[in-house]
Design a protein around this ligand. Structure first.
Ligand SMILES: [Zn+2]
Length: 68
């Protein structure tokens, strides 16, 4: 299965969305919104920002179903 390294993130604060490049083997615990500068953090139970706010989960989750 191909692993996608780009996830479309949607900001919960201003609803801006942008394409985020994800590291192959690491979690993104916080990502600043490029428009409103809100710091996005994972929701409870999610490992990282793409899993909470992206259209794709992070690469470790895509690969194994679980994370770091
Ligand atoms: Zn925003």
């Amino acid at each position: 299965m191909a692993i996608e390294l780009e996830s479309m993130i949607s900001c919960p604060s201003c609803s801006f969305s942008w394409s985020l490049q994800m590291p192959i083997d690491a979690c993104l615990a916080f990502v600043p919104c490029p428009r409103c500068a809100e710091i996005l953090r994972p929701r409870t139970g999610d490992c990282c920002v793409p899993c909470s706010y992206g259209d794709l989960a992070c690469p470790p989750v895509q690969k194994d179903g679980n994370c770091c």
